[in-house]
Design a protein around this ligand. Structure first.
Ligand SMILES: Nc1ncnc2c1ncn2[C@@H]1O[C@H](COP(=O)(O)OP(=O)(O)OP(=O)(O)O)[C@@H](O)[C@H]1O
Ligand SMILES: Nc1ccn([C@H]2C[C@H](O)[C@@H](COP(=O)(O)O)O2)c(=O)n1
Length: 239
């Protein structure tokens, strides 16, 4: 039996490596919905900053660079692409230089203002065209889509997250170790949750889901049950 279609917005937030991207992409694919990776947008802005030779800690220069950059994030769960100034930067934005620069860049108020407006535009367009969208990031339930009918905050032990991310990086040819990844995951969590603008935290009405003991299929089952329970799944209209 199929899973039907999603109506409305599902917001997935949480620290790095909790499985947001994999779960959001999988859920959107199962429910014929769109998928938005907001982290990729902040990463593309960080890449623009690095390419411009700008200091990622200089808010005025960073905001100016982000304004001039042409960022296009697709919402196809089967092919989620990120383009910067007309070129696909999907691989480059996962590299260590961008991963280091993205924390200060995403903590810049001017960048957030710009990207949140674009994310809201993309969400409205997706709901109009496809009926539903699964959006993942750090501030989706609190800032970008506070009216989303389902907000989920994913968590997992830091070590489990570091092991997952290390495997993912090594499988993609980016050699690393669990120790190095754990240090990076912890650094980004601290930065994201203590920054002044839109710090990482669950929305008051978010459902928390600890994915430590789950695999991706288990996470998807739990999310599908929540979608069903909220009445957000509708039968597919055919013919
Ligand atoms: N229970 C689980 N749920 C989802 N993903 C899992 C789970 N267990 C392991 N993984 C794996 O963990 C890795 C990291 O997941 P993913 O990139 O989706 O995390 P994330 O929260 O989006 O991280 P980031 O915020 O840093 O981008 C993936 O390779 C994914 O397949
Ligand atoms: N809505 C968002 C999404 C992401 N960020 C920041 C925080 C992360 O360190 C960075 C990269 O995200 P990832 O690709 O690891 O999900 O971008 C944010 O501040 N708000």
């Amino acid at each position: 039996m199929g899973h039907g279609e999603l109506r409305g917005v599902v917001a997935l937030d949480g620290p790095s490596g909790t499985g947001k991207s994999s779960a959001a992409r999988g859920l959107a694919a199962l429910l014929g919905a769109r998928y938005l990776d907001t982290g990729a947008m902040y990463r593309a802005a960080a890449l623009a900053v690095l390419r411009a030779g700008v200091d990622p800690h200089d808010p005025v220069a960073v905001t100016g660079t982000a304004r001039r950059a042409l960022l296009v994030q697709s919402t196809d769960p089967a092919n989620s692409t990120t383009r910067l100034d007309g070129v696909d930067v999907g691989a480059e934005i996962r590299g260590p230089e961008v991963t280091l620069a993205v924390s200060p860049v995403s903590a810049t108020a001017g960048v957030r203002e710009l990207l949140v407006a674009e994310q809201r535009r993309i969400i409205a367009e997706a709901v109009e065209q496809a009926g539903g969208i699964v959006v993942e990031g750090r501030d989706i339930g609190t800032v970008v889509a506070p009216d989303a009918p389902l907000k989920v905050y994913l968590t997992a032990d830091a070590e489990a997250r570091a092991r997952r991310r290390t495997k993912q990086d090594n499988d993609s040819g980016r050699a690393t170790t669990v120790e190095r990844t754990l240090a990076d995951v912890t650094r980004r969590d601290d930065y994201d949750s203590t920054r002044q603008v839109s710090p990482l935290r669950p929305a008051a009405d978010a459902v928390e889901l600890d994915t430590t003991p789950l695999d991706l299929a288990g996470t998807l089952d739990a999310l599908l049950a929540m979608v069903e329970e909220r009445g957000l799944r509708h039968e597919r209209v055919t013919g």
